[in-house]
Write a protein that binds this ligand. Structure first.
Ligand code: PHE
Length: 357
């Protein structure tokens, strides 16, 4: 076979390859160790030096040609298969989320998010503190010195005493975040602190772990009117009704003076609680003007700074808003309960888009 015929047949073979596998076997049979070209190379040994010079150059040129032809064919095949994939593997990004999506958002997470949205809109940022606290932040700095009787109301979970006799504890409320924030930030301060809290207590309306939201405002001119207005704004937004009747009842907390508990108006028709109507009242939070001793413990001058604070039970207002009867079910991880009371995973509460819709 002349070299030209061989070249033609190899080039034809390369061109005819239908896919990359066929092309690869063509490459092996042309340029491989036992391929056509290698066979030809062997014949060089029997030639005279002059013949070999000419034939060797021809064979090298052919090798170069074939290598290029294979590379070009390979690129062509790859482009073609990419095009074919792009044509068949289409994703329609306008399709709705698959209806069989599993999982839902727990009412606590939902309400947590709703509350952050509402206070965020009022200019509050979110602050955090540890679950494991020491005595100073949870009690002493909040105007509850060692023998203060209010400590007993807290049913505190204590850890074993440390070497120096002090005991760490699980925070009984989110109020320690007030102190941590005052020590870290300069006024004006406007924060909320949602989080877990712990008390040794368990029945239909109490669980050993529950959630609270603390609120704190500190600056030079804040008064009780601001507190009432802010809480009223919150209730309207949270319960998604235009008019919420609220009752501010005198109360006592060591860390606020004066102190008030806030009730909202509701009805209990047919065993279902409805907010904003009827003749009943439900307590939803504790609040008051921050006690001067607390401001001092937060490292600030009480003659210059004052403000208000409040604390709400997050689980409790979730029960009220969404008509959930038993608190304990919140933490039992029962799938049937979660499917019933849970929220769609892709619904993110915003004031503009609607909190719970
Ligand atoms: N920490 C109080 C509680 O757990 C609630 C509260 C917070 C009251 C802030 C007043 C001000 O009951």
């Amino acid at each position: 076979m002349s070299l030209q015929t061989l070249e033609q047949s190899l080039i034809d073979g390369i061109q005819a390859a239908a896919d990359e596998t066929e092309l690869e076997s063509m490459r092996v049979s042309a340029l491989g160790k036992k391929g056509a070209l290698s066979e030809r190379m062997k014949t060089l040994a029997d030639m005279t030096p002059d013949e070999r010079k000419v034939a060797g150059a021809e064979l090298n040129a052919l090798k170069e040609k074939l290598t290029q032809a294979i590379a070009a064919k390979k690129a062509g095949l790859q482009a073609k298969s990419l095009e074919a994939r792009l044509a068949t593997e289409k994703v329609d990004v306008t399709l709705p989320a698959r209806p069989e999506t599993q999982g839902s958002i727990h009412p606590v997470s939902q309400v947590w998010e709703e509350i952050v949205q509402i206070w965020g809109d009022l200019g509050f940022s979110v602050a955090e503190g540890p679950h494991i606290e020491n005595d100073f932040y949870n009690f002493t700095a909040l105007n509850m010195p060692a023998e203060h009787p209010a400590r007993q109301e807290h049913d505190t979970f204590y850890f074993h005493p440390k070497g120096d006799g002090t005991r760490m504890l699980l925070r009984t409320h989110t109020s320690p975040v007030q102190i941590r924030t005052m020590l870290e930030q300069k006024p004006p301060i406007r924060i909320i602190a949602p989080g877990r809290t712990f008390r040794s207590d368990s029945d239909q309306t109490h669980t050993p772990m529950f959630h609270q939201i603390e609120g704190l405002v500190i600056d030079e001119e804040t008064h009780l009117g601001h507190l009432k207005w802010a809480l009223a704004e919150f209730c309207k937004a949270f319960f998604e009704i235009d008019d919420v009747k609220m009752r501010f009842r005198a109360s006592h907390f060591p860390f606020t003076e004066p102190s008030m508990e806030v009730d909202i108006n509701c009805s209990w028709e047919g065993g279902q609680v409805k907010i904003g109507q009827g003749t009943s009242w439900l307590e939803i939070l504790g609040s008051g003007m921050v006690h001067p001793n607390v401001i001092k413990a937060g490292g600030l001058d009480p003659d210059r700074y004052q403000g208000f604070a409040f604390g709400m039970g997050l689980d409790r207002i979730a029960m009220l808003k969404y008509g959930i009867p038993d608190l304990r079910a919140f933490f039992e991880a029962d799938l049937r309960w979660l499917r019933h009371y849970g929220f769609r995973a892709l619904h993110i509460p915003t004031l503009a888009g609607g909190l719970s819709s």
